[in-house]
Design a protein around this ligand. Structure first.
Ligand code: GDP
Ligand code: MG
Length: 158
């Protein structure tokens, strides 16, 4: 079995659940209290994909500015764009986050996650589709779809 390391960045508006999703995937934990992410340090988790063992270094954005820091995006192989199903404007922001990333990294593989599927939604996946994205519903709280989503992005960047 060969071992490779891949870098993934997580982008999206404040409080959509970027940190919660990384934490659910890496530690299988969820915490209710809101704590804005202070520093950029990668979360790491190793997954198996066929004959490959991939360590994912997951960079959760620190702060919430579209002015992406080089340490954040540099060397990224793939990206996760996150919006919050209870906050429509977070879906309207997806294109901006994606453009900010593409300006730096070109077209790297991206998946779009519509988080907080455990709550009453303000909009549905069709709304996101208008922006050209096939989003997947997930919940960091219940874990719904989270593992599958990270495995999907891992597969696309081997
Ligand atoms: N109900 C629910 N709350 C969530 C979910 N994901 C995150 N949250 C909550 O939303 C808030 C913001 O989450 P956080 O991960 O800090 O967002 P970030 O700013 O994008 O990193 C926190 O209070 C989380 O507990 C989810 O899937 N369901
Ligand atoms: Mg955060």
């Amino acid at each position: 079995m060969t071992h490779i390391e891949r870098k993934i960045v997580i982008l999206g508006d404040s409080a959509v659940g970027k940190t919660a999703l990384a934490r659910r995937f890496v530690d299988d934990e969820f915490h209710e209290n809101y704590r804005p992410t202070a520093a950029a340090k990668p979360w790491k988790k190793t997954v198996e994909q066929g004959e490959e063992e991939i360590t994912l270094a997951i960079w959760d954005i620190a702060g919430h500015t579209l002015q992406l820091h080089p340490a954040f995006y540099s060397g990224a192989h793939g990206a996760i764009l996150v919006c919050d199903l209870t906050n429509k404007s977070s879906a309207d922001s997806l294109t901006q986050w994606h453009n900010a990333l593409m300006n730096k990294m070109g077209r790297i593989p991206v998946i779009v996650l519509a988080n907080k599927s455990d709550l009453n939604p303000e909009y549905d996946l069709d709304y996101i589709k208008k922006y050209g994205y096939d989003a997947v519903e997930v919940s960091a709280r219940t874990g719904e779809g989270v593992k599958e989503a990270f495995e999907e992005i891992a597969k696309s960047i081997i």
